[in-house]
Write a new protein. Sequence first.
Length: 91
Amino acid sequence: MAAPRTKLGTLATTALVAVPLFALLVAAGWYAARAWISVSGPSVPTAGYVAMALGIGFSLVVGCGLMALLFYSNRHGYDEPYRADDDETGA
């Protein structure tokens, strides 16, 4: 009979996946920041930063709202397929 997995084994497996992924995230962020700083060109006006902030905020609101609707419909059974045997006609 196989021994059940210990918490240490699960933690080690998680670390083997999480550490390289975090390193990739840090490297990508560093590269993006360096690329953003090194690009020369006209500066972004204040209206551009305001438009960017509003666009990000709107995208977050829409994304969170759609996820909330997804969880609501799943919890209340709206995602279940129709079954004819549940019909209340009595036939």
